[in-house]
Design a protein around this ligand. Structure first.
Ligand code: UDP
Ligand code: UDP
Length: 479
């Protein structure tokens, strides 16, 4: 790891302002927060503290935090001990997603524990999942509060508009959620609305709606998106079309990945393997950090990758939380005898370990990304210009997949099922689409042009660079 600030030059004065970053849980939130932390600290000479809630839900998060501290000691850590404000999650939310339960624990702890961490702060930047509880704490202490939305600007528009939609449609009171026509953005089909939002009592829905209503009370909204990729959504958010009275929107993405070296040596064999593969010959397959495909679907995917005939690097997950993912790879694949792994040996690499995804996507051997379209994955594909074969599975991913496709970053087979739908996508279909996408020169060219526009956005003078500088300027100017 490079010494702090070396890539950016030295800060001329003592780092100021002091910005406190408050992420929620899961790598999908922590990763963009640490990218923001480094951009502010090393790139814009701010004094940055990162609030960490220990213990973390996944071991990937704790490794990431340790690696960040080692590589960027100037990003200060302030640990929040959740045991000080306990709540009995298993009693209240017996079957809920552990990451959503953690959001809830943080939300209940914030009023008690957050205040002391804000002493002397110029601004608080709270994760979207914590917005409605963080804003009042900051307000009481006269600290400006910004909200960081870690997904697409289009998803932010759905989130901001959703409470209005509920109030007007009566959905949730015995009526289901239909298509949601977000003013100035697009009509989100009911089938693309995050699964949880169809249930008004779901823990996620309650948080989502409370946070959506709170956005107008924030001092500003940061989003890991850039104008050229989502022009309508950014304009509609800024122009008041989505919801009147939103604060300034700072589109600061795609935030630059930080090299932390989290994938340990023993897991690093994929690097040597990738180095040995021809240019643009490898299909990289990953469904993110926090969801497993159903076993039957994993088997079809295995057969599909084998049948497609291309080289592939496939990161498989067996559980929602990595600590629970103790099973053998061959069992997960339904390949007890190891026949599949032997058949694809040399041509396909399958791993259950953490890979440095950004590095994989930037590797010249990679030609296609079969992705669940978690927003960080989409931003990384955009920055590296790797075309995406979108296979959204959950939450905001169908909204993100549409954004990716509209921007020219790839293709999405919309009939492919996601969580909660029973249909299994067959090996034949998967192989057919992978072959088509690997051979699609037009998609590859468009993806390369998305990479160019992403690079322009974050370069000096680009829209995202200026947006982040403007955010810092405001933090400096605040009392
Ligand atoms: N990631 C990674 N290696 C892995 C799995 C995930 O580096 O083996 C990173 C990925 O690059 C991204 C983040 O973890 O930055 C996952 O966020 P995303 O929004 O794509 O999906 P989520 O995991 O939240 O569903
Ligand atoms: N989200 C939100 N409000 C919340 C919690 C999450 O708008 O109270 C957003 C989040 O930024 C993302 C989507 O809802 O766009 C799905 O959230 P989740 O935390 O599941 O993201 P993941 O961890 O799957 O990336």
């Amino acid at each position: 790891p490079s010494p702090p600030n070396s890539a950016f030059g030295e800060c001329p004065v003592a780092a100021t302002p002091h910005i406190v970053l408050f992420p929620s849980a899961g790598m999908g939130h922590l990763v963009p927060f640490t990218r923001l932390a480094v951009a502010l600290s090393a790139g814009h000479c701010c004094d940055v503290s990162l609030v960490t809630a220990l213990p973390t839900v996944s071991s990937a998060e704790s490794r990431h935090i340790a690696a960040l501290s080692a590589a960027f000691p100037t990003v200060r850590r302030t640990d929040m001990d959740l045991r000080l404000a306990p709540f009995d999650a298993s009693a209240e939310f017996p079957a809920a997603d552990p990451f959503y339960v953690r959001y809830e624990a943080l939300r209940r702890s914030a009023p008690l524990l957050l205040g002391p961490l804000l002493a002397g702060a110029s601004a608080l930047v709270a994760d979207i999942a914590l917005a409605s509880v963080a804003i009042p704490v900051a307000r009481e202490l006269h600290v400006p509060c910004y909200v960081f939305f870690t997904a697409s600007a289009t998803m932010l528009s759905l989130k901001a508009y959703f409470p209005t939609y509920l109030d007007a449609s009566g959905a949730g009171h015995g009526r289901g959620v239909g298509d949601v026509d977000v003013p100035g953005v697009y009509r989100v089909p009911s089938s693309s609305v995050p699964q949880a939002l169809h249930d008004p009592d779901n823990i996620f829905t309650r948080q989502f709606v409370a946070n959506g209503r709170a956005l107008v009370a924030a001092d500003g909204l940061l989003v890991n998106a850039f104008e050229a990729m989502e022009p309508e959504a950014v304009a509609a958010l800024r122009g008041g079309a989505v919801v009147a009275g939103l604060p300034p929107v700072f589109a600061v993405g795609p935030l630059t990945p930080v090299k932390l070296g989290e994938a340990g040596q023993e897991q690093g064999n994929y690097r040597t393997w990738l180095d040995a593969q021809p240019r643009r010959s490898v299909v990289y397959v990953s469904f993110g950090s926090r969801k497993a495909l159903a076993r039957q679907q994993i088997r079809e995917l295995a057969a599909g990758l084998e049948a497609c005939g291309h080289r592939f690097l496939w990161v498989v997950k067996g559980a929602v939380v990595d600590r629970d993912d103790a099973g053998e790879l061959s069992d997960l694949l339904g390949d007890g005898e190891g026949f599949f792994l032997r058949r694809v040996k040399g041509r396909g690499l399958v791993t259950k370990s953490w890979v440095e995804q950004d590095e994989v996507l930037r590797h010249p051997a990679v030609g296609l990304f079969v992705s669940h379209c978690g927003w960080n994955s989409v931003t990384e594909a955009a920055s590296s210009g790797v075309p995406v074969l979108a296979w959204p599975r959950f939450a905001d991913q169908r909204v993100n997949a549409r954004v990716a496709v509209r921007a020219g970053l790839g293709v999405w087979v919309e009939r492919w099922s996601w969580e909660g739908e029973e249909a299994v996508v067959t090996a034949e279909e998967i192989a057919e689409q992978v072959v088509a996408a690997m051979g699609d020169e037009a998609v590859a060219e468009k993806a390369a042009s998305v990479r160019e526009s992403a690079a322009r956005a974050v370069a000096d003078g680009g829209t995202s660079h200026r947006s982040l500088a403007e955010f810092v300027r405001r933090c400096r100017a605040e009392p």
